[in-house]
Design a protein around this ligand. Sequence first.
Ligand SMILES: NC(=O)c1ccc[n+]([C@@H]2O[C@H](COP(=O)([O-])OP(=O)(O)OC[C@H]3O[C@@H](n4cnc5c(N)ncnc54)[C@H](O)[C@@H]3O)[C@@H](O)[C@H]2O)c1
Length: 329
Amino acid sequence: MTLDASGRSYLVTGGASLIGSHLADVLLEAGAAEVRLLDNYALGTPETVAHLKDHPRVRHLRGDVLKLPDLLQAAQGVDGVFALAGYLTLPMAADPATGLSVNTLGMVNTLEACRFAGARRIVFSSSVAVYGNAADHPMAERTGFVSEGLQPASKLYGASKLIGEGLCARYAAAHGLQYNVLRFASVYGVRQHARAVNAVFVARICDQVRRGEAPVIDGDGSEVHDYVYVTDVARACAQAMLSAAHGHACNIATGVDTTHTEVARTALRLCGRGDLQPVYREDRRAVRSAAGTRLGFTRDLAARELGWEPRVTLEQGMRALLDWQRASA
Ligand SMILES: NC(=O)c1ccc[n+]([C@@H]2O[C@H](COP(=O)([O-])OP(=O)(O)OC[C@H]3O[C@@H](n4cnc5c(N)ncnc54)[C@H](O)[C@@H]3O)[C@@H](O)[C@H]2O)c1
């Protein structure tokens, strides 16, 4: 799908986020007339979007999704809203009261702002956390939430994203607002932060190997995740806004399960450290997402409805992450 956003204005809530910073790049490249990045910098920092500081088509707005007037003002005249503001599992574990408020009441406010500002469409950043501990294989979008065995923060995070999805559907039914929900797998890449429980593993392993240390793995290394590169995710967001299709909840995943050991071996190969080996230690992680040795997220729906396919392999993505870590060290 060719992305043409010329003449359009968009609001991105949580604009100083990992995904928001790349989404802004994609929208500007697609010709958007204006991209408004609203953030209260509770978690993200201005450095994440520093490359857009003086961009003539970007507006940096300090605002809080828990304050409806901030959103009403920011959404004036936009064509669409990307709802990215949110608390991932790690910040949710640290501050569940704020995390739940942002992920649920923040969504109510964002949808109200869409309604009153006349925005046509919202794209909501959900997560494969909405499947919880489901054991379906493959994991398609009809899979239900299984809370059994989840750690508290993962339960709260997955449930809060399900509420966000429900709110989108409710505003579509009641007010005709178009929506697409994107259920991201583990998003990693350049400008990586330490808030995502799975992607932070990739960043830590790259960092260790780059510094000449052996990569340390919690457990036996067989835990798998689906690592999807952030520019692919940003493109999925733009496609979900610009596509004819709406009213869908799509997995945004590669469909490839990668073990922790494979991540470590990829980092060792990319850094030319054949002399090092992964070190396995007892798994004492205080906060974990749903984890197993088989996931198999399908991406047929995103391909069919949005025309989206991932383009960046794990090796390419980790190389970019390593280069960025070196440059920012
Ligand atoms: N990164 C992933 O692996 C991943 C996976 C699945 C889903 N998601 C979802 O995608 C979205 C973006 O992810 P990310 O990794 O880029 O997140 P991030 O943590 O980089 O960014 C979230 C942003 O929201 C902002 N924010 C928090 N509370 C706010 C408030 N009250 N008002 C305004 N802004 C506020 C933070 O300051 C931060 O900049 C999140 O909603 C997340 O739940 C991310």
